[in-house]
Design a protein around this ligand. Structure first.
Ligand code: FES
Length: 248
């Protein structure tokens, strides 16, 4: 939480000695860079596969052609994580505060006071988050399948475990931590009941989701970087920047 004086725009965070600009600057830099990278990959890359490895941007693999034109395969996939992260409760806080400064933070003056209307009008689309969760829940299952299929394929090539297999595994673990800690999933697990403790299954599920939900912001960032890193590694292999000689 931050406090400020009405007289000026100085914001002092009583819980951190770090400069106030550090968090929003990092959000703008890393999130902005990721969005640019993801846009280029989704629109201009034709494949995310290298042998047994498959980039999370391209899972599930869908190759459709209009005549001789291959529709960028990642387009069929990208809408789900885009909708999921754009409407995520944590990312909403991050981009409202960092990109828009609107609101800037809890308990601090707005640069333009009186114009903040919450998530109404254009921002009403954020209410679709639970539907994005359904889509991403299914996509996570595809990613788990890719990890298992990649390991099996790797063995068939006579190799043990490749670095790409490990990256894909770490990525799906991070994405699962992020997805299954979603606030909408927590509500699905424990909401709408008069007596949660009367339903043992839902209580256990709710507790499990809550464990992940407590650090939802961390899972959000870690999973973004694992998606990014996994794609970069597979892309470097596919473009011949890293050696093709061994299934590394
Ligand atoms: Fe962040 Fe649902 S609230 S993914």
């Amino acid at each position: 939480m931050a406090v400020s004086s009405r007289a000026g725009s100085r914001v002092q965070n009583p819980y951190s000695s770090l400069p106030d600009w550090l968090y929003p600057a990092n959000v703008v830099f890393w999130l902005g860079l990721f969005v640019v990278y993801a846009t280029v990959v989704v629109l201009f890359e034709k494949t995310g596969r290298y042998g047994p490895y498959l980039s999370p941007f391209f899972s599930p693999e869908i190759n459709l052609r209009l005549g001789s034109f291959l529709i960028p395969p990642a387009i069929w996939v990208a809408w789900a994580p885009l909708a999921f992260r754009l409407t995520c409760y944590y990312y909403r806080k991050a981009y409202f505060r960092s990109f828009l400064w609107h609101p800037r933070s809890c308990a601090s003056d707005e640069p333009k006071r009186g114009t903040y209307r919450g998530e109404t009008r254009f921002w009403i689309f954020n209410n679709l988050h639970r539907y994005a969760f359904y889509a991403i829940f299914i996509q996570t299952l595809f990613l788990w399948y890719d990890v298992i299929a990649g390991v099996v394929q790797h063995h068939q090539l006579g190799a043990v475990l490749g670095f790409g297999n490990l990256l894909m595994l770490v990525n799906v673990l991070a994405l699962s931590g992020y997805t299954y800690g979603c606030h909408a999933f927590r509500h699905l697990a424990g909401g709408g009941l008069d007596c949660l403790s009367c339903n043992r299954f839902r209580l256990t599920l709710w507790k499990g989701v809550t464990v992940l939900n407590v650090r939802h912001d961390r899972w959000a960032w870690v999973s973004m970087f694992t998606v990014w890193g996994t794609d970069v590694y597979i892309r470097l292999l596919a473009h011949g920047v890293l050696p093709h000689a061994a299934w590394v």
